[in-house]
Design a protein around this ligand. Structure first.
Ligand code: NAD
Ligand code: DAU
Length: 335
């Protein structure tokens, strides 16, 4: 399906956006344009080696109306990944989260409305707030919004803008809310790559608080296949939750990483907890699975971690330039 599509991927030089670009090149015949501001979170190397005949890269800000309008024109669909994505950063400097996640989404919505282009909005399970550890429920498409951080509140607001543009202006749009992604090309500020690269550097991994917080891990490649499924077969105006039944607490993840990398399971440090730290996320992706027949493929988390460790071991030139500055930022925050 999806033959002859011309797809604009915003944030395509970031972690999940670039995974989707690789997915499109490998598994579809779509023509791809990336629109990316190339913030600190982008990495040009994430798009290196892709065929020039398939992928065009534009440098621009989604919150810049002229740039967004010019980029959207001529495409059959927009998949909007661009965002400020890191909770810890949002606690120390929320302004760019408002500018990119709220104003940027608004600006893009106006461009897709004008050009009548199909739109898919990438969002997060964090819009639903958090769950108790022993709560038998998981998030579904009808869970009330209850975001905790500046990051998740701006993502929640961006989802609501999309819903209003569907209802008020009839834009052809879908939304997906996905759980925590891991895999190759994730910025070293994030939990799993931070710990892998620390261990590679001979530095002890750093656990926030007690580490009983639970995240629901999914491989970025499974996120990409889900988005492609929704883009082609999702019902317009609908929201789909994406998840792969990967609940793990942070303590277990750190211990497993240490063991997989040949260190003692207790060779980590506990550091200052994140203010307002969400306790647990958990996704029920029944709607996506039963309505659209999607299934995750990378469901062996230990194998996924092993593969991800291997990627960071083999691709030091990709992450080394960002490592010292990232750790300096964390040191200032006591983390
Ligand atoms: P990332 O931080 O790795 O990448 C974000 C990309 O967006 C970067 O390339 C950056 O340069 C670009 N960008 C930022 N501001 C921009 C702007 N104003 N204009 C154009 N480009 C801009 O983020 P990620 O982890 O790949 O997340 C991508 C999307 O997926 C986000 O919308 C995020 O909310 C969502 N999401 C992430 C996860 C996760 O686990 N990381 C889970 C669910 C949803
Ligand atoms: O749930 C989806 C969300 O997952 C996305 O919307 C966000 O864009 C993405 O960044 C991620 O948010 P988290 O805050 O869950 O991810 P992060 O990698 O920052 O942290 C994961 C967990 O690990 C969290 O409980 C905090 C903890 N942590 C994090 C770091 C960086 C540590 O214990 N130590 C660390 O050094």
């Amino acid at each position: 399906s999806g033959s002859g599509q011309r797809i604009l991927v915003t944030g395509g030089a970031g972690f999940i956006g670039s995974a989707f670009v690789h997915h499109l090149v490998e598994h579809t015949d779509a023509q791809v344009t990336v629109l990316d501001k190339f913030t600190y979170a982008a990495n040009e190397a994430s798009l290196a080696g892709l065929p020039a005949g398939r992928v065009t890269v534009l440098r621009g800000d989604v919150a810049d109306a002229a740039a967004a309008d010019a980029a959207v024109a001529g495409h059959t669909a927009v998949v909007h990944y661009a965002a400020e994505s890191h909770n810890d950063n949002s606690l120390h400097g929320p302004r760019p989260f408002v500018d990119t996640n709220l104003v940027g989404t608004y600006t893009l919505l106006e461009a897709v409305r004008k050009h009548e282009v199909r739109y898919h909005h990438i969002s997060t399970d964090e819009v639903y707030g958090d769950l108790e550890l022993d709560d038998p429920r998981r998030f579904t498409e009808t869970t009330p919004y209850n975001p905790s951080s500046p990051y998740s509140s701006t993502k929640a607001g961006s989802d609501l803008l999309v819903r209003a543009w569907v209802r008020s202006f009839g834009i052809r749009a879908t939304i997906s809310n996905c759980s925590n992604n891991y895999g190759p090309r994730q910025h070293v500020e994030k939990f799993i790559p931070r710990q892998i690269t620390n261990i590679l550097d001979g530095v002890r991994p750093r656990l926030y608080g007690t580490g009983r917080n639970v995240r629901d891990w999914i491989h970025a490649e499974d996120h990409s296949s889900a988005v492609w499924t929704i883009l082609n077969r999702g019902r317009l105006g609908e929201t789909y939750l994406i998840g792969a039944d990967g609940e793990r607490d942070n303590l277990t993840v750190i211990q497993d990483l240490l063991e997989l990398m040949g260190r003692p399971r207790d060779a980590f440090d506990q550091v200052t907890d994140r203010p307002g730290h969400d306790l647990r996320y958990a996704i029920d992706s029944t709607k996506l699975r039963t309505e659209l027949g999607w299934l995750p493929k990378f469901t062996d988390f230990q194998a996924g971690l092993q593969e991800t460790i291997g990627w960071y071991r083999d691709n030091e030139p990709w992450w080394r330039p960002q490592k010292a500055a990232t750790e300096a930022r964390y040191r200032q925050q006591g983390q």
